[in-house]
Design a protein around this ligand. Sequence first.
Ligand SMILES: Cc1cc2nc3c(=O)[nH]c(=O)nc-3n(C[C@H](O)[C@H](O)[C@H](O)COP(=O)(O)O)c2cc1C
Length: 220
Amino acid sequence: MDALECIKTRMSIRKFKSDPVPKNILMEVVETAKWSPSYKNTQPWEVIILSGAAKESLSKMMLDLLEKGTEKCPDIPEPGPWPKAQQERIAELVQSRKEKFGIDLGDPKIIIQAKKVNFNFYGAPHAIYLYQDASLSQWSLFDIGLFAQSLMLAAHASGLGTVPQAFVTDYSREIKQFLSLPETKRIVLGLSIGYPDMEAPANSMRTTRVKTEEIAAWVE
Ligand SMILES: Cc1cc2nc3c(=O)[nH]c(=O)nc-3n(C[C@H](O)[C@H](O)[C@H](O)COP(=O)(O)O)c2cc1C
């Protein structure tokens, strides 16, 4: 698969086969992602890969916190309100999920259900958390975003599926305790990773993109 095809065919995967991914393949994905660029080559990213009982325990912890109504405390605050253009794109995504799956992400009850599926890492055999020192600047957040995309592309090129998940950072404080990370770190993103189940309806919807002319201009 060439780079252009890899970028254009990556999509968020929300149903996985249960087969575990060999450790060396997951490490190769991380090894590839670390070649991402970063501000002054600071490489402001750290990674934890969870499998088996550890992943199950973390899922259970998040589900229990949700059940108890524990206040969420993500290290990266939830965004919003959104400017008009972004709000329209969110509305389109919500509408297409509703039409395709009958899931209305505007409904708070459905959001709880969606969180539960997220906290179970969509049935993936592995979860990856990306984190960095909390004292780092906005450029480092930018850099870890580049790392995240490289990781997802490397996974896709290796026949794996991923989904980036802000939801699984809801309980950042408790997640850091669970992972024995100091409070001085910030959890940036969680991802599910595994072999994609492409027969599953959950993986049958591709998102759209705005026309290139809407986001690109020429000055000559
Ligand atoms: C920072 C970030 C956070 C996201 N959080 C979630 C999440 O919590 N749960 C989820 O199912 N998808 C999540 N997504 C996936 C987006 O919904 C998805 O990338 C977007 O709709 C475009 O679809 P695509 O990835 O299939 O191209 C997130 C994506 C990003 C980049």
